[in-house]
Design a protein around this ligand. Structure first.
Ligand SMILES: Cc1cc2nc3c(=O)[nH]c(=O)nc-3n(C[C@H](O)[C@H](O)[C@H](O)COP(=O)(O)O)c2cc1C
Length: 386
């Protein structure tokens, strides 16, 4: 059984995750790309933005509820897609989906998840599952994946558009973490130094599932464990996407379509012109383009370009409720969380994800109270410096 969460905030959860996870896996989750400047810039951007607190306008119970995509939600949070989240804990994606369900927060399942969407839907009944698409070279296989997704009742699809090349991540190659996962002395020593993970996660997969976790959405035959390469070229990822592809996807996918990884105002406008229902303003958590601008600084321009009525989501670098408040004030309607729920999961399983969602929500509530904002919309009327 995972130990109950003992962390009080993101930093403590991150420390617990670092102690629990093999170094190779922790670095894969935690770190950025190249010189990790984009990652550092995210933190600097949030820290530099400050709000002028107001007094004598009592806000005793700030209202965090929001209406987006025709649904009322108790908070503006959404769990972002993260590949291989099932490596963090045994059945990690199901545990995270259950915690999200209890908090009435949508959770986005990655194409690269280690549990298939059907199993997550079955294991977490009632969860609001969204799906993130990486496009396979074989389009017919891509469309049939989307049929499976739709059959699970998923109505919101995020198409990730911000990864046209493989980011350079020196730590992954140094640690021996990659697909395929290559056995090495270094990796062996890493596993030996983290026996709770090696027995409790890897061991349970070996005992109960008969092998290492797979990329679960790949069809039988192409579905390989993390220890082997994707041998079948039809399932290689088609990372360079164009407008005709989005048009075709729009025609085929009957649900809501959101482009993930937009930073330019004109690209956001183009997405809505193509019939998308939303965009995620994101620098992929500082994991892709090391010179990319920050969502926080682009959101106001994007909001101005697309108008007040469409839905903007944002992510990258949210560690505190105050970070979320800053994205919301800058123009976002919903905020995605990537590493935060993963660290909650590492630190305490399902209860850890629940604790992380709750802590961020309460931090956000406190931020509103200190700022004299009775609800999320009023954050935009606050006076911001920096
Ligand atoms: C370990 C990890 C795996 C990720 N895998 C995916 C993925 O499969 N698809 C995707 O669109 N984004 C992926 N992302 C990016 C997240 O969806 C999100 O944009 C980012 O993590 C937000 O930044 P944050 O981690 O600082 O909250 C991943 C992020 C992490 C940390």
């Amino acid at each position: 059984m995972p130990s109950p969460p003992t962390f009080r905030d993101f930093d403590e959860a991150r420390r617990a995750a670092r102690a629990f996870l093999p170094r190779a896996l922790f670095d894969y989750i935690d770190r950025g790309t190249e010189g990790e400047r984009a990652l550092a810039a995210l933190r600097e951007g949030f820290d530099a933005r400050r709000v002028v607190p107001r007094i004598l306008r009592p806000v005793s119970a700030p209202d965090l509820s929001t209406r987006s995509f025709q649904a009322a939600r108790p908070s503006p949070f959404v769990i972002a897609p993260t590949a291989l989240a099932g490596l963090v804990r045994f059945d990690g994606e199901v545990l995270a989906a259950r915690a999200a369900c209890a908090a009435r927060v949508p959770i986005t399942i990655s194409t690269q998840s280690s549990t298939a969407i059907e199993a997550i839907a079955e294991g977490a009944p009632g969860a609001e599952l969204w799906f993130q698409l990486y496009v396979w070279r074989d389009r017919a296989e891509t469309w049939s994946l989307l049929e499976r997704v739709a059959r699970c009742g998923v109505d919101t699809l995020l198409l990730t558009v911000d990864t046209p090349a493989s980011p350079k991540k020196v730590h992954n190659s140094r640690n021996g973490f990659g697909i395929p996962l290559k056995p090495s002395l270094r990796l062996g020593a890493d596993l030996a130094r983290h026996p709770r993970w090696t027995a409790g996660v890897m061991g349970r997969y070996l005992l109960r599932r008969g092998g290492l976790p797979t990329y679960a959405h790949y069809p039988p035959g192409a579905a390989r464990s993390v220890a082997s390469a994707i041998g079948d070229g039809r399932f290689a990822l088609d990372m360079v996407l164009d407008e005709p592809f989005v048009r075709e996807l729009r025609r085929r996918w009957k649900g809501r379509l959101i482009l993930k990884g937009v930073l330019a105002a004109s690209d956001a406008a183009q997405a809505f012109a193509l019939g998308c229902d939303g965009v995620v303003v994101s620098s992929h958590g500082g994991r892709n383009h090391d010179s990319a601008v920050r969502p926080l600084e682009m959101l106001p321009r994007i909001r101005e370009a697309v108008g007040p009525s469409v839905t903007l989501l944002a992510d990258s670098g949210v560690r505190r409720g105050s970070d979320a408040a800053k994205l919301l004030a800058a123009g976002a309607d919903l905020v995605l969380l990537g590493r935060a729920p993963l660290y909650g999961l590492a630190a305490g399983g399902q209860a850890g994800v629940a604790a992380m969602l709750n802590q961020l929500t309460e931090e956000l509530r406190g931020f509103l109270a200190f700022s004299g904002a009775p609800n999320l919309a009023e954050l935009r009327s606050c006076e911001w410096i920096g």
